[in-house]
Write a protein that binds this ligand. Structure first.
Ligand code: NAG
Ligand code: NAG
Ligand code: NAG
Ligand code: NAG
Length: 643
């Protein structure tokens, strides 16, 4: 056996030395052209249009070539069947998949992936690559003796990258599958650099000129912390860094607060939050928030009036990475290979976004029993005892309860849409049969539209959406319950347990885009982020005080016709987001007589001031009088008439 192994080894050795000669020749040639790795052409991001894609055949329409985008998600839903890959017709003998880059391109590599499917195990295990400038003459990559066989996938989900030893310049690329498991199905991405024609001025005008002080790159955890510290050093008067708590692997969940007076709540100033990275592999939001920190600091110092207004009028909390362990996992695999789920969950396996206690069921059950609002409040639903919660979620909940947040959004990825709550689905009783609608729906729709319509591309529609779902609609906004309902979401929890209105912003099809995309992403999102923050000033705000001028904490503010109240902060101030209109608003507090006022919200910017002074309720006064003068008998009318 020993000898046999030796023999085997020496044979391997011979093959290896032959190969290494070959490889080193490739290495030399590639070194001589000094090949840089090119970014994805945009199968996953949808930069590549459907009409740039073609194939030898397709098994059915739902497996058409445009389903071949990397990380495309399929659906077995009867009403909305969508293939999780391009699949070829099995009766054909020759198979290829072709991309027209539309311009001369330096191709440097290919990433392949099998079919997204819950039952099937379809993936391509080997393929040839061919290139052309005109689709008539094709040049295959070969080693001088035979076509070069690239090894593909070993399972249906994990992307596998093949980098070319030497880049190829062409307009068209073909992937020519040679072997596969199950049916011939695949998803892919192609790496390439467009070759710019210097005369092509049009194209260059569309390029983004990056602003020099901004850092467009993906940041590791330590780089993120270092960047936050440097912004803090740059703008010590308006920034402060704190931690929400630790992740399961012990990383601090870092936040930066930006405001005129960052370390304390100023009476009347609303608190706002942007969070990102609940799913660690959805990396765009994290970078947008790091860019926003740099931007606000710099623009504030440069006395940009808009930035000054934002910073001085709002206490802005930015949390770029709610799931730092997940991000690290995805970051280590890299932007191109992190796939759909690597780093999506926390280290303990939780999907934080839907790991919040389910308060919807509690409120809806109470509503069905007719208890709301007389016996059960329509807000601040208490957390049930038995909730199983990740350490990260626990930290987020305690943070949500610490600051009087008014408005917030969490950045996600894998779609290009703004999704507003309710996120959880319960159908009303027939004949209505419609999902339950959040009481503040018209406001949430406005908030969603304010982001989506300001974002440079969110209202463009990719034949429905990134994955072909039909619910996306035309305006880049969707009600989550009607789209992909989930229970225990951060948005529903925030609305039902705190005063903060929160929604989800999905920044793009590619969850973890190449870093060369970040400058463009910033351009797409910058104005939308600013506009969204400014929405915190929509509606009414004020202070609830007693007759001696002391603030009343935890007073309830009810708006007639909207069955969701908010409460005052410990400092007596409140904010009630509302669309323009006239509202009858009532302030109530334990021991005081309620007061109702008409408050008008106009179209101009800035919240309408609507403060309340509450008098001790007569019942309370009577109790007090009784305590002091137990023998006194008050005639009924004395107190009733003054109510
Ligand atoms: C395509 O044309 C370019 C020159 O315009 C040439 O360098 C390249 O080799 C051609 N590619 C193929 C595959 O023929
Ligand atoms: C290959 O496909 C078959 C079914 O076609 C499946 O049973 C098998 O698990 C697949 N192999 C792998 C490695 O997934
Ligand atoms: C911070 O505030 C101090 C005084 O309030 C001021 O002198 C200083 O210029 C400010 N620094 C920055 C960086 O804004
Ligand atoms: C706020 O008031 C409600 C009653 O309106 C009460 O149940 C709740 O305990 C109070 N919360 C605090 C923090 O005082």
């Amino acid at each position: 056996a020993e000898r046999f192994r030796e023999q085997e080894n020496s044979q391997d050795g011979a093959i290896y030395s032959a190969l290494s000669v070959f490889f080193s020749s490739l290495l030399i040639s590639s070194a001589s052209v000094c090949m840089a790795e090119c970014p994805p052409l945009g199968m996953e991001s949808h930069k590549i249009d459907p009409d740039q894609l073609s194939a030898s055949s397709m098994s059915q329409y739902i497996f058409a070539p445009q389903r071949a985008r990397l990380n495309m998600q399929g659906s077995d839903d009867e009403d909305d069947m969508r293939g999780g890959a391009w699949c070829a017709n099995s009766e054909d003998r020759i198979h290829w998949f072709e991309i027209d880059a539309r311009r001369e391109t330096e191709f440097t590599g290919v990433i392949t992936q099998g079919r997204d499917s819950s039952n099937e195990n379809d993936f391509v295990t080997s393929y040839f690559l061919a290139f052309s400038n005109d689709t008539r003459e094709w040049t295959t990559i070969h080693d001088g003796y035979a076509d070069w066989l690239f090894f593909g996938n070993n399972d249906k989900d994990t992307p596998v990258m093949n980098q070319l030893a030497e880049s190829v310049v062409a307009r068209y690329i073909r992937i020519i599958p040679q072997s596969w498991n199950g049916s011939l199905c695949m998803r892919l991405e192609v790496l390439g650099c467009p070759i710019l024609d210097p005369a092509d001025v049009q194209y260059r005008q569309n390029e983004v000129t990056p602003v020099d002080y901004l850092e467009f790159k993906h940041h590791s955890y330590s780089e993120m912390v270092a960047l936050m510290k440097s912004v803090n050093e740059e703008c010590p008067n308006i920034t402060s860094i704190y931690s929400l708590g630790r992740s399961s692997k012990g990383k601090e969940i870092m936040a930066m607060v930006i405001s005129g007076n960052p370390t304390e709540h100023e009476i009347g100033e609303p608190e706002f939050r942007f969070t990102a990275g609940l799913h660690g592999n959805e990396a765009v939001g994290r970078e947008m928030l790091l860019l926003l920190m740099q931007y606000l600091c710099k623009e504030y110092k440069d006395r940009n009036p808009r930035a000054q207004q934002l910073v001085e009028g709002i206490r802005i909390h930015l949390v770029p990475s709610l799931n730092p362990d997940g991000h690290e996992e995805a970051f280590d695999v890299g932007s191109e290979l992190s796939s759909w789920t690597t780093g999506h969950f926390t280290d303990n396996g939780f999907d934080i976004f839907k790991n919040f206690p389910d308060l919807n069921s509690i409120l809806w059950d109470a509503e069905d029993k007719g208890l709301v609002p007389k016996l059960t409040p329509n807000h601040h639903v208490p957390i049930p005892e038995n909730a199983e919660i990740a350490v990260e979620t626990r930290a987020i909940i305690s943070w949500m309860n610490t600051y009087p947040f008014v408005l917030g959004a969490n950045f996600q990825g894998g779609e290009t849409i703004v999704a507003y709550p309710y996120d959880s689905l319960r159908l009303n009783k027939p004949p209505e049969d419609e999902p339950r609608v959040i009481p503040d729906e018209s406001l949430f729709r406005w908030l969603a539209v304010s982001y989506a319509s300001t974002h440079l591309t969110m209202t463009h529609n990719y034949h429905g959406s990134c994955h072909g779902g039909t619910a996306a609609g035309m305006h880049g906004i969707v009600n989550r319950a009607k789209w992909k309902p989930i229970t225990g979401s951060m948005n529903d929890f925030s609305y039902l347990h705190t005063n903060c209105f929160e929604l989800s912003i999905f920044l793009g099809c590619d969850k973890f885009p190449h870093q060369s995309e970040l400058a463009r992403e910033w351009e797409k999102n910058r104005e939308a982020m600013l506009i969204f923050m400014e929405q915190v000033h929509r509606g009414i705000r004020g202070i609830v005080k007693d007759q001696q001028g002391n603030p009343i904490a935890n007073a309830t503010i009810s708006v007639e016709g909207i069955h969701h109240d908010v409460t005052t902060a410990p400092t007596g101030d409140y904010w009630r987001l509302l669309n323009p209109g006239e509202y009858r608003v009532t302030a109530r507090a334990e021991g005081f007589s309620p007061v109702t006022k008409l408050c008008v919200v106009g179209y101009q910017s800035g919240a309408t001031a609507c403060s309340f002074n509450l008098a001790k309720s007569n019942w309370d006064r009577i109790k007090q009088v009784r305590r002091c003068h137990p023998d006194l008998i008050l005639p009924f009318n004395t107190w009733h008439s003054s109510t």
